[in-house]
Each structure stands twice: as structure tokens, then as C-alpha cells.
Design a protein around this ligand. Structure first.
Ligand code: ADP
Ligand code: MG
Length: 141
């Protein structure tokens, strides 16, 4: 399998619950390297742009409000099959359906406030990384 990069976001609920380190440890234990990282508070416009693919969904407004409600941690994860591996470590969108040991099972409180974001394929990984990181902020290693 190829080395891939994927975008991870620790959402405002994860930062508030003080579990940044626990989440990062799960990535590292699963052989994903953090090759870019920063904490930011998204503007409403940045959240809307990032989630534009969901703008017709009924939860779009709520999702954008939540995503800019507090600081988030943006990261690029790199490793063998990183995109699918990150999705596996995250667990299902709805924490009620997430497998034991996954981030969403461990920390998420609802389908909306579900602690982490992860790119869902190679094309979205590329555009999502470029949405948040400039070339000189990436440290592929
Ligand atoms: P995922 O984050 O697992 O890729 P989606 O791309 O389907 O899930 O949805 C993006 C985000 O929108 C979810 O992570 C969650 O925060 C929010 N969301 C999805 N479905 C719902 C829903 N039914 N009600 C409220 N928020 C939702
Ligand atoms: Mg998604």
C-alpha cells in the first residue's frame, strides 16, 4: 500500500475535553506520523467553505456553528494507507455506531459533536490539506 497524507481535525469538543494528547497517541500507535499541525479557531466562512459539500444537508448550519465555536487542531497524518487507517481509528460518524476503542466511541457525545474529522478519499485529502496548509507548513518525513 502507498504512503498517503490525510487531513485530521480535532474538533472543538475534543479540544474542550482536553484529549488532544490521547487522540494524537492513537495516531502514533497506529504508525501515522504528524507532518503538519496547528491550533486555530475557524471563521464561519472557513467552516462553510471547508464543509461546502454538505451545504444542502439539514445539519449544515449547526455543523458550521459548532466547528467555529472554539479552537480546533488541524493536522496532516502520513503513513501507509493513511486515509483509510485514520477513518478506522476515528470510528463511525455516529458514536453510537462506532467500534470499541475508536476515537468517536471513546470521546464523542453525539453525531454532530463527534470529536474528529478525517478526509474520506485521496481527492478530498488533497484539497482539504491545501485548504488549511501552505507548502512550507508540511514536513513529510
Ligand atoms: P464524517 O465526518 O464521518 O465523514 P460526514 O462527512 O457524513 O461524516 O458528515 C460531516 C460531519 O457533519 C460529521 O462528522 C458530523 O459532525 C456532522 N453530521 C453528519 N451527520 C449529521 C447529522 N445527522 N446530524 C448532525 N450532524 C451531522
Ligand atoms: Mg466526511
Amino acid at each position: 500500500m502507498a504512503i498517503e497524507q490525510t487531513l485530521s481535525i480535532i474538533k472543538p469538543d475534543g479540544v474542550k475535553k482536553n484529549v488532544i494528547g490521547k487522540i494524537v497517541a492513537l495516531f502514533e500507535e497506529n504508525n501515522l506520523k504528524i507532518t503538519a499541525s496547528k491550533m486555530v479557531q475557524l471563521t464561519r466562512a472557513e467552516a462553510e467553505g471547508f464543509y461546502a459539500v454538505h451545504k444542502a444537508r439539514p445539519f449544515f448550519g449547526e455543523l458550521c456553528d459548532f466547528m467555529c465555536s472554539g479552537p480546533v487542531v488541524l493536522m496532516v497524518l502520513e503513513g501507509e494507507g493513511a486515509i483509510a487507517k485514520n477513518r478506522e481509528i476515528m470510528g463511525a460518524t455516529n458514536p453510537a455506531n462506532a467500534a470499541p476503542g475508536t476515537i468517536r466511541k471513546l470521546f464523542a457525545s453525539s453525531i454532530g459533536e463527534n470529536t474528529v474529522h478525517g478526509s474520506d478519499g485521496p481527492d478530498t485529502a488533497k484539497t482539504e490539506i491545501a485548504w488549511f496548509f501552505a507548502g512550507n507548513e508540511l514536513f513529510s518525513r
